[in-house]
Ligand binder design. Structure first.
Ligand code: PMP
Length: 450
């Protein structure tokens, strides 16, 4: 398929995305709910009709952005993997080099991690049958919290069923009336949602721009009665792999008596000599009040945690509604994460391999002429421009045996669609060279590189 073919086939998708609803994860607003969108664009006739007159579901029946991508033959979301989340995966019987996983240290299929999960199921069963607050706390939750606090160098930690729930519950419970939250514009969705749920005001500052943060804080300054302030940033940004300038953020925080929380979903296990994340990387762990992490990336499981001082964790544990009113992480998940923390601590060579692979790919992409944005981490975006190029390239790479994720608007600004790639300690040079060859081939087909 050459560029012109792809243009002809996929362009309708680009225009759908330009209407603000191009991301299949979006809820279809505006412009796809059967009413004129708030942007004034006309709405396509619904593909699927509902005849019972219930208006509520109109939006679901007329929502057709994914259909258009499927019609164009370039839909790569929800691909069902038939093997473990390893450097190579099987999909539809085809072997692909996996460049779309957050399994940074390659631990999801590690014998010790799997054995720990199996043992936990034998001893504690398959679920906790309730929230941590009531009946769901088991001895292994407490042990993992102690281990995480000790590992992260904080007084205490609280575990949750997912990383999303950590941010949703922790940020919202800390945000009272008269408090002000300062979020980087590219913070993860669960930070934004947590802030929305809280009672405090929310300000967004320009991405990685401590000067803009300072301006926003100055504008809120009431020296006689300062508000409670919390700055929340990602340590490593999940789509573009750039690192937060944490020392600059901390400096501003100190000047305004603000607390700092880092979402280190992509930093823990990866950043810092000990794998303790972005604050360790910069040597400023003491200046960061709260760090959250997920079990779903380097820690090879599902769940999440936040750590900080004892009283704050005590408050979060009792007040975060996603902890109090939602089930505890399952015994298997807790045991797997616990085994993974031991490996993060005891096998620094995994991190070294991950960084060696990262450097190889950053150099490889750049020497082929690809734009990898500001990435300095194992999350490496490849900038491809329009959404339809991202969809088309992801599909062609799949056909060529490489799994990558298409990232399009509104997850990225219009015209800055990406292919998100990410690496594991367990990728071999031959996996990576294979992937670079395929990127070169497909990148030329689409005119992204010469
Ligand atoms: N924060 C960031 C930066 C993330 O990328 C993610 C997951 N994509 C989360 C939080 C949520 O973590 P989880 O998958 O454990 O819900």
């Amino acid at each position: 398929m050459n560029t012109t073919d792809v243009d002809a086939v996929v362009n309708p998708v680009a225009s759908a995305a330009a209407n603000g609803n191009g991301h299949p994860g979006a809820n279809g607003h505006p412009g796809s709910n059967g009413h004129p969108g708030s942007n004034g664009h006309a709405v396509a006739a619904p593909r699927h009709n509902r005849t019972d007159g219930i208006r509520l579901f109109d939006k679901c029946y007329s929502f057709d952005v994914p259909d258009k991508i499927m019609d164009a033959g370039v839909y790569t979301f929800f691909r069902a993997i038939e093997s473990a989340q390893d450097p190579e995966v099987i999909i539809g019987g085809q072997k692909l080099v996996m460049l779309g996983s957050n399994n940074y240290l390659g631990l999801t299929n590690h014998p010790k991690v799997k054995e720990a999960a199996i043992d936990a199921i034998r001893k504690f069963g398959s679920g906790c049958a309730g929230s941590r607050f009531l009946n769901g706390t088991m001895k292994i939750h407490e042990k993992l919290e102690e281990k995480l606090a000790d590992f992260m160098g904080k007084e205490a930690a609280v575990t949750f069923a997912t990383g999303f729930q950590v941010n949703l519950g922790t940020i919202s419970c800390l945000s009272d009336r008269r408090d002000v939250l300062y979020l980087d514009k590219q913070d993860h969705a669960c930070i934004i949602d947590g802030a929305r749920l809280g009672l405090g005001e929310v300000r967004k500052f320009r991405h990685n721009d401590a000067k803009d943060l300072r301006r926003k804080m100055e504008a809120d300054d009431v020296p006689s009665d300062p508000p409670g302030r919390l700055i929340v940033v990602d340590g490593v940004y999940s789509m573009e792999g750039d690192i937060c300038p944490l020392p600059e953020i901390v400096e501003v925080a100190k000047d305004f008596g603000a607390a700092v929380m880092v979402d280190d979903a992509h930093g823990i296990g990866v950043m810092g000599k000990g794998g303790r994340g972005t604050a360790e990387h910069f040597g400023i762990e003491k200046d960061v009040h709260l760090i959250m992490g997920t079990f779903s990336k380097s820690l090879a499981s599902v769940g999440g945690f936040v750590c900080g001082d004892k009283r704050t964790m005590y408050y979060v544990k009792h007040r975060a509604r996603t902890n109090v009113f939602s089930a505890a992480p399952s015994p298997a998940c807790v045991a797997a994460a616990s085994a993974a923390v031991d490996i993060v601590r005891n096998e620094p060579e995994r991190r070294e391999l991950l960084w060696k692979n990262t450097k190889f790919m950053l150099d490889g992409f750049r020497s082929l002429g690809f734009d990898t944005c500001q990435s300095e981490t194992p999350v490496i975006p490849v900038l491809v421009g329009e959404d339809y190029v991202s969809f088309g390239m992801a599909k062609r790479l799949h056909e060529e045996g490489v799994f990558v994720n298409a990232v399009v608007s509104p997850a990225t600004p219009p015209g800055r669609a990406l292919l998100r790639t990410s690496y594991m300690a367990t990728h071999t040079q031959s996996h990576l060279s294979f992937a670079l060859d395929k990127f070169a081939k497909v990148g030329r087909e689409f005119g992204v590189i010469r």
